[in-house]
Design a protein around this ligand. Sequence first.
Ligand code: AP5
Length: 216
Amino acid sequence: MRCVILLGPPGAGKGTQAEMLSEEECLEHISSGAIFRENLKNQTELGKLAATYINNGELVPDDVTIAMVRDRLSAITSESGFLLDGFPRTRTQAEALKDVLQEFDENLRVVAIYIKVPSQELISRLTGRLTCRAEGHIFHTKYNPPKIEGRCDHDGSELYQRDDDKPETVKKRIQVYLEQTIPVIDYYQNQALLVEVDGNQSVEEVSAAIRSALKV
Ligand code: AP5
């Protein structure tokens, strides 16, 4: 069983790569951001609380996020394993994850993939992103346009711009990433679990680099 952790700044392509990789490798895709957005869509208390942080470009508090992911991990059914997208993103979350992973099979293989992209590229990726309302499939006005304008290629549902993809919120998210999530990259590097991949190339090239990193 495998635990693949996708790390990288907002807009690095974690969600895009996670969609492809989870299907190819039969890994359950766990995106903390998507779980928050689903809760918001359903107007749950968790969703309403998370929205107050998300719309300001801030992280949802650790205790709330850890409890949510712990709960989701307790429901894993795939024997191949799971892929974490957007979690952990603080040192406290990384340490909590380590504890939770102790409860899995002792042969669980953990690898953290760091998708590295320069900051100036992130702004155009995020401000041009289009997200599918039904399932969260990801497109881009220029880099990955849908076949029919405004509609998802996979399920035909409406594409929208996330509230947190406005330029001022994007800048704040990148700043929060630099302050709070870079230490997570160091954390996995120090445990020799980190593989760095150049995210500043085409989606297909990034995907090939991740696949080859996972074979090692
Ligand atoms: P979350 O949803 O996790 O957002 P994020 O980490 O900021 O990442 P993004 O989804 O913005 O980007 P991505 O790397 O997935 O890129 P994508 O593939 O879409 O979190 C949202 C919020 O929820 C957080 O700000 C926080 O408030 C809260 N939250 C979530 N997890 C939390 C946690 N653990 N703790 C606390 N709070 C948490 O690609 C971006 C665009 O680029 C797309 O348009 C895509 O088509 C395009 N693209 C992708 N790859 C390429 C490429 N190689 N070349 C050109 N374009 C590309």
